[in-house]
Design a binder for this molecule. Structure first.
Ligand code: ZN
Ligand code: FE
Length: 251
């Protein structure tokens, strides 16, 4: 569900029980739980930022549930610390997640993958057409994290935490104007937003075809970075760094 300006708080439910991913705000969650008569059974957090974890304390006042979060971050209310390869089971929903460490946006950032359903909850690491800002990690860390996500099966659905897709795709078009998959995605996503629809989830396959941050070694992108004076010698990390810096100042 939408929250704040552009956040998505993901609620997974079966009509009876519900788990929430990144509840930055408790109010919209509590309203939905009440309206649909759902019982909260688990809270999953990807990283420590307030727009993802700010609602935890208030939710815990209503529901005494396990709160999962990254081992390498300090977040109020977390009861179960997770690191790479750990599993999370939500028995009430028949859900099984595995944990991926994806540092870059923050140092402890984790993602949750439900392999059976093909769902990925990746917080502020991979976005529709883009990636999170590097608040704590290095470009090399973020690049490795994105490569880990890009290695998931193409149909994996990407549930990221913000509706940034159109702005990201505008940048992507600046970087790779001749990518036909990108042009058609932009039109498609624009039409969705015009109807008030979410562009999220996308898929790993779509991101690999259109997201410049997963394509920093595509020949057209490398050429563009070099021709615009943003890259001298092509290495994967140098190209990724140049892209991220370009995006930071692109409007
Ligand atoms: Zn964040
Ligand atoms: Fe965020």
């Amino acid at each position: 569900m939408p929250a704040f300006n552009d956040n998505y708080l993901w609620l997974i439910h079966d009509g009876d029980s519900a788990a929430v991913v990144d509840p930055g705000d408790a109010a919209p969650i509590l309203a939905v739980l009440e309206r649909r008569q759902l019982k909260l059974v688990a809270i999953l957090l990807t990283h420590h930022h307030a727009d993802h974890a700010g609602g935890v304390t208030q939710l815990l006042q209503h529901f005494a549930v396990p709160v999962y979060g990254p081992e390498n971050e300090i977040i109020t209310g977390v009861s179960q610390l997770l690191s790479e390869g750990d599993g999370v089971t939500v028995p009430e929903l028949g859900l099984q997640f595995s944990v991926l460490e994806v540092p870059g946006h923050t140092l402890g950032h984790i993602a949750y993958l439900a392999p059976e359903q093909g769902w990925l909850f990746c917080g502020d690491t991979l976005f529709g057409g883009g990636c999170g800002r590097l608040f704590e990690g290095t470009p090399a860390q973020m690049r490795a994290s994105l490569a880990k996500l890009a290695a998931l099966p193409d149909p994996t659905q990407v549930y990221c935490a913000h509706e940034y897709t159109l702005a990201n795709l505008r940048f992507a078009l600046e970087v790779e104007p001749e990518n036909a998959a990108l042009t058609s995605r932009f039109e498609h996503e624009q039409a969705k937003r015009a109807q008030g629809l979410a562009t999220v989830p996308s898929t790993i396959g779509l991101e690999k075809a259109t997201n410049p941050f997963l394509r920093d070694q595509a020949p057209a992108i490398v050429r563009r970075l070099i021709a615009s004076g943003r890259l001298r010698e092509n290495t994967p990390v140098a190209a990724f760094t140049a892209l991220r810096e370009w995006k930071n100042t692109f409007h």
